[in-house]
Write a protein that binds this ligand. Structure first.
Ligand code: CMC
Length: 428
């Protein structure tokens, strides 16, 4: 057997250089190019980091070819079937699932107690104009959170960074609810800690300021147990996803030594884009634009037209070259909720299923391995849960928060150097 190295030969100078191969527990090995420049005087060029591992991680693992996603080694399907989102937060942050239902309830309760915001922070929402996108309000508010918890600047002990993460996970639903209510000019509804983490979020969105649910902003709507369970699963499915654009942003910003909340605020901004978490909002706009399942063929022809920049939102992924396992669970959840009597927008559901049917048989999509991703069906479910479209991406933020917190902790603990890529200069 050969050595665990690769040799790089510069054909113009005939020089050869040896680099170590880094072993991993799953997935492809990586060439250790850390000393590439020092040894050879040349850089690697990989815009979009399609082949570049920026860190070592133990948090989540994606096998894109086989459509597999694991959190701490456990398949996402098992986690979503057996555990609550707050259990998943524990798994990602501390590495362990709660050992029993008592511990699980304690975790949820601790998060509920931390869900309130400093009154000073609430004022920040008042400065934003009506109609502002909740994602814009949210990233500012999370950045501002660092001014209230400045003691957690140096996370050099376990308790401090666990608390940093718990605060963030606990407060993010409140921040989302407040940023939405302020964006439409409604007064805030404070957390009700007698309700579970997920139910409390729906309560803060829906209740009248007197804390009554009977007549809600959306009409006569109580909180249904099925809605809580569905939203809980949606959060779990979004909880972590390797080194995607927003997580990479969080790590890069954290590498400069800033407060973790400042790094997470940057991650929220990265997630907002339509190529990333903002796609869920765009999927719904696309379904509305298509309007009828009979228009799908015309629409697909437009997507395939090279002269049209139009893309099918909720389709395609840098890593998955197979059906996104999260989308598979969501499709099942959509059908299950409809069977159990949760009112779906059947028109949107029919259009989405027709798109999938047409696309999966079409050469364009087959050649490029384009399949539904997590954003394709989530919007249909969120609409059925009476979540406003402008909150789809903030819902992604709530779900991704334990992942970002775990990643920021892992990055800081690893003692990683400041992120400082090179460039191929083409200027004067
Ligand atoms: N519709 C039509 N064509 C597509 C799509 C799509 N959604 N996605 C990729 N392609 C084509 C693309 O035009 C290119 O074709 P060609 O080789 O002929 O130029 C080929 O597939 C490869 O695309 P790419 O842009 O090089 O792929 P990427 O890995 O850089 O981009 C992506 C990944 C997710 C940004 C892209 O698939 C996309 O824009 N999808 C729509 C937006 C979306 O749903 N985003 C959510 C991603 S999952 C949730 C998350 O993690 O944020």
């Amino acid at each position: 057997m050969g050595k665990n190295t690769v040799t790089l030969t510069n054909n113009s100078t005939n020089e050869s250089f040896e680099f170590d191969l880094i072993e991993c527990t799953r997935g492809p090995k990586a060439i250790d190019f850390g000393k590439l420049f020092e040894k050879t005087g040349i850089f690697s060029y990989d815009p979009g980091y399609a082949s570049t591992a920026g860190c070592k991680s133990t948090i989540s693992y994606i096998d894109g070819k086989n459509g597999v996603l694991l959190y701490r080694g456990i398949p996402i399907q098992d986690l979503v079937a057996k555990y609550k989102f707050t259990d998943i937060c524990s798994l990602l942050i501390s590495g362990e699932l709660p050992k029993d239902s008592t511990e699980s309830a304690e975790i949820d309760l601790e998060l509920r107690h931390l869900s309130f915001l400093h009154e000073g922070l609430i004022n920040i929402f008042k400065a934003f104009p009506d109609g502002a996108h909740p994602m814009a309000n949210l990233s500012s508010a999370v950045g501002a959170l660092s001014t209230f918890y400045k003691d957690y600047m140096e996370i050099d002990n376990d308790d401090e960074y666990q608390m940093m993460a718990k605060r963030m996970i606990a407060k993010i639903p409140t921040l989302v609810a407040f940023s939405y209510r302020n964006s439409i000019g409604y007064p805030n509804v404070y957390p009700d800690i007698s309700r579970s983490y997920v139910e409390n979020f729906l309560f803060m969105l829906r209740a009248f300021p007197d804390g009554k649910l009977k007549r809600t902003l959306q009409g006569e709507v109580e909180i249904d147990k099925l809605e809580v369970e569905a939203l809980d699963k949606i959060f779990t499915l979004h909880a972590d996803h390797g080194q995607n654009a927003s997580t990479t942003t969080v790590r890069n910003v954290a590498s400069t030594g800033v407060h973790p909340y400042a790094a997470i605020s940057a991650g929220i901004n990265a997630l907002w884009g339509p190529s990333h978490g903002g796609a869920n909002e765009k999927v719904l706009a696309q379904l509305a634009e298509i309007d009828d399942a009979k228009n799908v063929d015309k629409f697909i022809a437009r997507v395939k037209d090279k002269n049209d920049p139009f893309r099918l939102m909720g389709f395609g992924h840098r890593v998955y070259k197979n059906y996104d396992p999260r989308a598979k669970v969501l499709k099942g959840l959509k059908d299950d909720l409809a069977k159990k009597g949760i009112k779906m927008n059947n028109k949107f559901s029919d259009i989405a299923e027709k798109i999938e049917e047409v696309a999966l048989k079409d050469e364009y999509f087959i050649e490029r391995n384009l399949y539904p991703n997590v954003d394709f069906y989530s919007g249909i479910i969120l609409t059925a849960l009476k979540i406003p479209v402008s909150l789809f991406t903030p819902i992604f933020v709530i779900g991704r928060m334990p992942g970002w917190c775990a990643q920021v902790i892992e990055h800081i603990k690893s003692g990683a150097r400041i992120t400082r890529p090179r460039q191929v200069y083409e200027g004067k």
